[in-house]
Design a protein around this ligand. Sequence first.
Ligand code: ARG
Length: 457
Amino acid sequence: MKLWGGRFTKETDQLVQDFNASISFDQRFWRQDIEGSIAHVTMLAKQGILSREDRDAIIGGLTGIRDDLESGSLEIDESFEDIHSFVEATLTERIGEAGKRLHTGRSRNDQVALDMKLYAREEIRLLDGLLKNLLQALYHIMEENLDTCMPGFTHLQKAQPITLAHHIGAYFEMFRRDRSRLQDIARRMNTCPLGAGALAGTTYPLDREYTAALLGFDGPTQNSMDSVADRDYLIELLSALSTVMMHLSRFSEEIILWNSNEYRFVELDDAYSTGSSIMPQKKNPDIAELVRGKTGRVYGALVSLLTTMKGIPLAYNKDMQEDKEMAFDAIDTTKGCIQLFTGMIATTRFNRAVMESSAKKGFTNATDAADYLVNRGVPFRDAHGIIGNLVLTCIEKGCALDDLSLEEFQAASSVFEKDIYEAISMKTCVEKRVTDGAPGPEAMRRVLEKYLEYLKD
Ligand code: ARG
């Protein structure tokens, strides 16, 4: 059963066996393990380290195991220590002697480093696709809401008018950066650790360039100790995932606020909401809350792996087996959250009328009213004071700036004329903001053109 029984005189204690084993979780990368082994023996045969017959027998055996695991006719036996042991033992059981030559010039240390890299690389590709779907959903909302006025907030207080497209666009930028972060990681990690052996390379004439090329890497890693001891790419990945989750969590928080009875900016689709067992009227944003909540798990994985790695001397140490469960959980969680969030946001209805009237009610045009005075020669600081006083009057009267009479405006400053109403209408306030990155539809249209190009590849 074991890959290492030779120098032992006793059976492992059962609790030790259970504590030490990783097969319950590392079985998830059986595909990568087999793919790595096939590349390894292909290289061994090319180098004359393994005969062609043995190579063919091993590849035939491994392919058979892969097919049988795929179809479900072979089940992973969890009494093995890890997936590497299971695959090798099953191979030898199936093809005999040749199977015992598979592990020539290899250690589980470089093998597991390879498997985890292959797994992470594939997951990054999947994550990238999910983020792209989310960006596509956001693009669609932006396209339809270039003119949808809403209040922009600072300190959660209404600040200045923006558009829904612009608000959503802020998240587009965040998730776009997330994709580029993942792409950076994929690029940086794309070196092949196989051939590093346990820590000091091997004495066989391995062609590491060749194995690396077979597995789609840019080349082999350059230091065999670092190859088996490096989990930087996982830390980077968990950090990037933490950032994705932080973005999703902020967005979820806004959706929860916007969906509240007080805001009513949005209505979540029934398919993405849940009810209460006691309160019949309830329609709760559980999905957004769960996304917000699950963010903690992903942060936890990052801190956990950083902590695991911080005291490990070179080279491989068993502590590093702990990388897997946390990375798997963080990857699964983030993928699930992106997918759920995409479905939720794509089906959300935006209450345009409520958003527009909310923008009107919160004095979001006060800055524009001050700018009106500035454009007519009043120093900004004076204009600020004049409008501040008018806002106070409005609060007392329970009205908006737009509701004041021309006389009331002129009592505050003789500079006001009847074009003030036009100048502080929501439409004007938004439309005049046309510098790069501003919410005005004209500026946003230019940005959307770029986003459309970006989404093409
Ligand atoms: N299960 C181990 C891991 O995940 C595989 C490597 C084992 N190597 C060793 N020398 N015990 O890290």
